[in-house]
Design a protein around this ligand. Structure first.
Ligand code: AMP
Length: 220
């Protein structure tokens, strides 16, 4: 299964991508996570990206595309992958199409998760992320079993991402509306775009995604 997951920040892309990765036993390729690892490890890329990310802006297309092209050539991505966080702009969509063509990769689907903006703002403000394993929680609808402790790795470093602060959330939503949303129109003519509601529990949204993916595969 080779998928792109699209949707505004806070729609639950990361959570759904992790579940899909488990379900299909394929890697979750999340550009935001890759950048955060670079920031944590203080690489040259991380130093450059940190300031841009903290402002809710986008890292340059060249940097992102090069990072993803290298990632897709790693052995674990040979049998499939879920792209989360890329493409973020139509030029990235064009660049990604060129990469996939170069690597001889055909996508199975582009899944776009949609949600109302006010729900997203509330969700993001309550999001907490484990700095060790990347697990994501929501203090309102998906808290860790023990407050402040990661269910997955027992770390006590559950933090609010710098870019989940209210003013940065608004900036990220503006960036999404202006630069990422036009990708839906870009992908619609491919016939691969599947739109799913993100307004539901994690299970409901996951089942909605599986339903559109299976509906597609029974046709082919
Ligand atoms: P995310 O974890 O996907 O919400 O990404 C967090 C931040 O990383 C974004 O707000 C951007 O600053 C940066 N980022 C992640 N993916 C991309 C991308 N494809 N293009 C540009 N910037 C990105």
């Amino acid at each position: 299964m080779r998928l792109i997951l699209l949707g505004p920040p806070g729609v639950g892309k990361g959570t759904q991508a992790r579940r899909l990765a488990d379900h299909f036993a394929i890697p979750h390729v999340a550009t935001g996570d890759m950048l955060r690892v670079n920031i944590r490890d203080k690489t040259a890329l991380g130093m450059k990206a940190q300031k841009i990310m903290a402002q809710g802006k986008l890292v340059s297309d060249d940097v992102i595309l090069a990072m993803v092209e290298a990632r897709l050539q790693e052995s674990d991505a040979m049998n499939g992958f879920i792209l989360d966080g890329i493409p973020r702009t139509v030029p990235q969509g064009v660049g990604l199409a060129a990469i996939l063509e170069r690597l001889g990769i055909q996508l199975n689907a582009i899944v776009a998760i949609a949600i109302q903006q006010d729900i997203v703002i509330t969700r993001l403000a309550a999001r907490r992320t484990c700095t060790h394993c990347g697990a994501v929680y929501n203090l309102v609808n998906h808290p860790p079993r023990k407050m402040g402790v990661c269910d997955a790795c027992d770390s006590t470093e559950l933090i609010q991402r710098e870019d989940d602060l209210p003013e940065t959330i608004r900036k990220r939503l503006d960036v999404y509306n202006e630069q990422t949303h036009p990708l839906l129109a870009y992908y619609r003519p491919t016939g691969l775009l599947k739109e799913v509601s993100g307004d539901g529990t994690v299970d409901e949204v996951f089942n909605g995604i599986l339903a559109v993916l299976l509906a597609r595969s029974t046709k082919t």
